[in-house]
Design a protein. Structure first.
Lengths: 434, 431
């Protein structure tokens, strides 16, 4: 029948590359050198066209540090050129490995990213200073909802349920957190309410996607609209008239961890954050461990890769999927608490502003792996924070292009330009017992 | 890699000989007949059931009940958030009549305000003013129909175009640039602005189609991401004077359109209804012809039904994806043009899409991806929109209620078994 969105055929999951049109040529090995080369040339062109003189100051310490690291002051132009040379060398190494048909190890892109970013920053912040701690620490803070959302997305999709509704889970989480924290006076109650709200969205998703076999992408999109309408409606009708009692939660305060927080550089970045961030560290570790090292994780992955086989060995496919997406929804919902309990201390209309879609991007860019997805979300958080920092020091790069970065990177990722992403085989395919 | 043995799109240039089946594309069977035939023949167990299939094959009863349920939930929300209702509820056992009077007033007040805002304002005396709400409905329906056609056409090729927002923003920005940067006579200026807008929409939609065709990248992800890329591109354009910025202004908004580029009003200056709605009607006719009567439409439907079979029959699936997404982008671009040159001609801004890109998805789903269905669904949701604003102004009930009701209708429509379970109707499979 012509109007139907075809059920994904077993050989292609819900969001998998379409096998009908996917070309065979695997250009995977060639892509890294090309991308590195293009980036290096781009930086060199920028330097040639508008070279900056002067000095760039990288401030590593904050005032309250136990051990004060000295500032690093470097001449802007020469440093940037040195970094271009290093980038070029790394590109050369990657080309050599390509020609020798060797694997491209992960350290090449990481080293390249550090060198390239240092060069770029020393150019962009000439005659100015970069607060390294606030640049990286802010990135971690901004990435919190993205990481929670991405972990929720990873869990759901590993169990075979595509979750476009991360945005809705974040938004309802933020909404519930604001109300619960305001009425009880405790941000922890808000956090629990946020988790419940996220799980509630997941329950509706499961009801339609698992029990009634409705197309999961469509349910996700419609759920986002539903949550948006619902929170906007209740915000105007209920929260705004009763702002004092329902929409003035206590915020999570910064809670430095005694010894870890005193480590120079790392301490202020990672361990002088809010409790929500520490909870995030725990959740990341637990999810990554549980998914790969426990019986539960094996079952979740089995259900997502080959539900029929899982069913054959006695795993209750749909019950496992329900449980997993409820857990995933609770995790994503906790990310929503960031907006109304950490970022600002109230709920606002549409305050997540599309972060759920960035989290979805992190899921895909992170290849459906909790650790990689976390790193991707951190990267996207860094891009957002870098944009803020650069526009504060008056950088020549338009902030819009920095903000565009996560989305562009994801498009490149799904188009196979930066390594191939393969979703779980049964992702997005409802399972009906025979 | 499981797809290593697949031939490349280039290598399967259509072999003309086995195409006899598709040469009769000019005489397609009526989709409706196909539905019923398939419903009768398929056994319920192995029939794969997706949302559009459900909407298409679900019985009319479930559809009516879905709308009823959604409106009921909307009523509950109105009642629950109404101050008088809550006050009277506190002494409901003492004087229940107060509670029910308040309940009735809250709900009937909301829906009669919607009616006054969407169709006919019986409070006013002047007949022209009385019917004015209907023209507002048509004005809101125009871009919804255009957007719904864009999303629905992609659905027919089994593509999910969530990129309506980006396509509208890019197209609106391009049409707006033509609209205020150039000085031309109206006969050239207006068509040029419309065409350029559609072209940019087509390009933006075409990216997703081309990426899918060349690399297999899933269009859902690419179009979502392109929404944001488009948003920030427009944002950037609104900060540069040679693009869209108003000189001397800090607001991200362009100067107003020149009069020669504004869509003329259909019923004179007393009504806001502009030619965008006429364009939408034309688009309905064109898309209907395209899907049901053209060779391309036959290819689109063949690819949507089963891309493997379509490829085996010599259809270039990749090219079809690209073309479909370009047409879909052009249609959504037209919706963006409709906003910039018609509804809000005071200048391009970042919210020019007015969430139509997402509303279009619900319109296409409710309209079962058929042009006439989309026309009806667009009119319904246009009426919701027009009525919603009146409801907000006169009854102080947030217009966002419309979003909730709209999405609930689509959700309930998507799962007739759920609706039947709620109303304890016998399952369809049982008959």
């Amino acid at each position: 029948m012509s109007t139907a969105i075809e059920q994904p055929t077993p050989d292609s999951g819900g969001l998998a590359p379409d096998t009908v049109v996917t070309p065979t040529r695997s250009a995977g090995t060639r892509k890294l050198p090309i991308i590195l080369g293009v980036l290096t040339i781009a930086l060199a062109i920028v330097l040639l066209r508008s070279g900056h003189s002067g000095k760039t100051r990288f401030q590593l310490a904050v005032d309250s540090d136990f051990v004060q690291l000295p500032d690093i002051v470097v001449p802007s132009g020469p440093t940037a050129w040195v970094m271009v040379v290093i980038s070029l060398a790394l590109t050369g190494e990657s080309v050599r490995r390509m020609l020798a048909h060797l694997r491209q190890p992960i350290w090449i892109p990481i080293a390249f990213a550090i060198a390239w970013m240092s060069g770029f920053l020393s150019w962009a912040a000439a005659d100015s200073r970069i607060l390294v701690v606030s640049l990286l620490g802010g990135a971690v803070a901004l990435a919190v909802p993205l990481v929670f959302g991405a972990l929720g997305g990873v869990l759901g999709e590993r169990a075979g349920v595509v979750n476009i509704a991360i945005e809705g889970q974040l938004l309802l989480g933020a909404f519930a957190a604001a109300i619960a924290a305001s009425t009880t006076g405790s941000p922890w109650a808000g956090l629990i309410a946020a988790a419940v709200a996220g799980a509630l969205v997941a329950l509706v998703l499961g009801l339609f996607a698992i029990t009634y076999f409705v197309d999961q992408v469509i349910v996700g999109v419609v759920l986002n609209v539903l949550v948006l309408g619902l929170t906007n409606f209740l915000f105007r009708q209920v929260l705004t008239p009763n702002a004092d009692t329902l929409n003035s939660p206590d915020r999570f305060q910064r809670l430095p961890i005694p010894i870890l927080g005193d480590i120079p550089l790392i301490g202020p970045i990672l361990f002088r954050q809010t409790p929500l961030v520490y909870l995030l560290y725990i959740v990341v570790v637990v999810v990554a461990y549980a998914l790969y090292r426990t019986r539960w994780g094996l079952r979740v992955r089995a259900v997502g890769e080959h539900p029929k086989a899982a069913d054959t060995v006695g795993i209750k496919v749909n019950r496992t999927r329900y449980r997993t997406i409820l857990l995933a929804g609770a995790i994503a919902g906790m990310g929503g608490a960031y907006y109304s309990l950490v970022s600002v201390s109230q709920f606002n209309r549409e305050m997540t502003g599309g972060a759920g879609y960035i989290a979805l991007a992190a899921v895909i860019f992170g290849k459906w792996d909790p650790i990689r997805a976390t790193l991707a979300a951190l990267l996207f958080g860094f891009a957002t924070n870098l944009q803020g920092v650069l526009s504060a020091i008056g950088s020549p790069v338009p902030s819009q292009f920095m903000l565009m970065l996560p989305y562009l990177v994801t498009i490149f990722a799904v188009a196979g330009l930066v390594g191939r992403s393969r979703p779980p085989a049964a992702d997005g395919v409802p399972y009906r017992q025979q | 890699m499981s797809d290593d043995d697949q031939p490349t799109p280039e290598s399967e240039k259509p072999d003309r000989t086995p195409r006899s089946d598709f040469d009769v594309a000019t005489e397609p069977t009526e989709p409706a007949e196909v539905d019923t035939a398939e419903d009768a023949s398929a056994t319920p167990e192995d029939r794969s059931r997706s949302v559009l299939r459900e909407i298409a094959s679900g019985d009319a009863m479930a559809g009516v009940l879905a709308v009823f349920l959604a409106v009921f939930v909307g009523s509950v929300m109105i009642a629950a958030t109404d101050e008088t209702v809550r006050q009277t509820a506190s002494y409901i056992t003492a004087r229940p009549s107060d509670f029910f009077t308040a309940l009735w007033e809250a709900i009937s007040g909301a829906y009669s305000a919607m009616f006054r805002g969407a169709i006919f304002n019986y409070i006013l005396d002047n007949p022209a003013q009385q019917w004015r709400p209907l023209t507002e409905t048509l004005k809101f329906a125009g871009p919804l129909i255009l957007g719904g056609l864009g999303v629905g056409l992609a659905f027919r090729a089994a593509l999910f175009n969530i990129g309506g927002r980006g396509q509208m923003l890019i197209a609106g920005g391009a049409a707006g640039w033509i609209g205020f940067q150039l000085d031309l006579p109206m006969v050239i200026h207006l068509p040029l602005a419309i065409l350029v807008g559609m072209l940019f929409g087509a390009l933006w939609g075409g990216i997703a189609g081309l990426l899918k065709a060349r690399t297999g990248a899933h269009e859902v992800i690419v179009t979502i991401m392109l929404n944001y890329v488009g948003y920030y591109l427009l944002f950037y354009a609104l900060t540069k004077e040679w693009l869209l910025k108003t000189p001397g202004s800090v607001n991200p908004k362009s100067p107003p359109m020149h009069d020669t580029a504004i869509l003329p009003k259909v019923l004179g200056d007393t009504f806001n209804l502009h030619f965008g709605f006429v364009l939408a009607l034309i688009a309905v006719a064109v898309v209907w012809w395209l899907i049901n009567r053209s060779t391309l439409g036959y290819r689109i439907r063949a690819v949507g039904e089963n891309p493997h079979a379509a490829r085996a029959s010599g259809i270039n699936v990749g090219r079809t994806y690209t073309v479909v997404m370009m047409i879909a982008g052009a249609l959504l671009g037209l919706a963006g043009v409709n906003q910039v040159l018609g509804t809000v001609s005071s200048g391009v801004s970042l919210d020019l899409d007015a969430s139509i890109g997402f509303d279009a998805i619900t319109v296409a789903l409710l309209g079962r991806s058929r042009p006439l269905g989309i026309l009806a669904a667009g009119l319904l949701f246009g009426a919701f929109k027009a009525g919603g604003f009146t409801m907000q102004a006169s009854e102080n009930i947030s217009v966002d209620l419309v979003l909730v009701v709209q999405s609930l209708i689509v959700l309930f429509l998507a799962a007739p078994p759920l609706v039947r379970a709620i109303f304890r109707l016998p399952a369809q499979e049982a008959k």
